[in-house]
Design a protein around this ligand. Structure first.
Ligand code: RIB
Length: 306
């Protein structure tokens, strides 16, 4: 199995479990707190690595107490960190996260060092990137770097996947047209397509418009409703997996990490989506982001039990 490259963010997740959001000027006691490794790029890389994929990570950490721990965390999962570099005089990325009792979350991100990952870093890693079977991107780094990575992949015939999160409007259609995979959730899909997405039918229609624009495969994650596919292989839906959710933070990243792991094995998109839906359902049963991602054995047990 060949290597997958993730070009993206890492964050320190500052997760506060709350009963409700405080009002302006109010101080409120919260029942719990956890510090964890997060960031959409890092989460996707760690999920894939936990399942056994060989991952090359391109990312930037800051010049602070968090940096060494982030690099050590990547290394703990066997991720290649040769291109995870420190930026002097800059903070690491951090994400204050608020998780409500109903398992839903609100997230702030401070990009910090992540904003310094540049096209020059892609050039510096070019020889290693050319050996990868897939390049995976999100939107927590500079947009020009994302576009540069898409064009690099396109030039070298390397499949490229964009998870357009966090949601951003006005993405450049010419660059998007060079994507092999786009994996948005419903609100990201609405922003990118410029269409209202409020039903399975409207999600299909919006996804179709992106495929008409040149993207080969659009996969829309629908939370507990599963996921839908529109693209070269037709249109189909993978149903959700019912579980008792405790913390949904990073569930979308769990989906992508598991999807790329399975796609890398046999390029079977439907099977990879089925596995990814189950993996992200399993992840919401645990607390935290990366801490809630099952390894291969735990995921196997989860699937046998359901
Ligand atoms: O997708 C979840 C992630 O979003 C968190 O880990 C947080 O760091 C933000 O990047």
């Amino acid at each position: 199995m060949s290597k997958i490259a993730v070009i993206g963010s890492n964050m320190v997740d500052l997760i506060t479990y709350i009963d409700r959001m405080p009002a302006q000027g109010e101080t409120l006691e919260a029942p719990g707190f956890a510090l964890g490794c997060g960031g959409k790029g890092a989460n996707q890389a760690v999920a894939a690595a936990k399942l056994g994929t060989d991952v090359l990570m391109l990312s930037k950490v800051g010049d602070d107490m968090f940096a060494d721990n982030t690099v050590a965390n990547f290394e703990r999962f066997g991720i290649d960190t040769r291109y995870v570099q420190r930026v002097p005089g800059v903070s690491s990325g951090v994400a204050p996260i608020f998780v409500q009792a109903d398992s839903h979350n609100s997230i702030l991100i401070v990009k910090g060092a992540n904003a310094h990952l540049s096209p020059a870093d892609i050039e510096a890693a070019a020889a290693d990137l050319r050996e990868c079977k897939l390049i995976v991107l999100q939107l927590e780094i500079d947009l020009e770097t994302v576009y540069d990575a898409i064009e690099f992949a396109h030039r070298h015939g390397i499949p490229v996947l964009l998870n357009p999160a966090p949601a951003l409007s006005g993405l450049n259609a010419e660059h998007l047209a060079h994507l092999d995979f786009l994996i948005p959730n419903e609100s990201e899909l609405a922003l990118i397509s410029g269409q209202v997405v409020d039903s399975p039918e409207s999600a299909n229609a919006a996804a179709r418009s992106l495929v008409a624009g040149g993207i080969r495969h659009v996969i829309v994650t629908l939370g507990e409703q599963g996921a839908l596919y529109v693209g070269e292989e037709g249109e189909f839906r993978v149903p959700g997996v019912r579980v008792e959710a405790r913390d949904t933070t990073g569930a979308g990243d769990a989906f992508i990490g598991c999807f790329i792991h399975h796609w890398n094995q046999d390029a079977d998109i439907r099977h990879a989506m089925e596995q990814a839906v189950a993996y992200s359902a399993c992840s919401v049963m645990g607390l935290g982001t990366q801490t809630s991602y099952p390894d291969r054995e735990t995921f196997k047990r989860f699937q046998q039990q359901r």
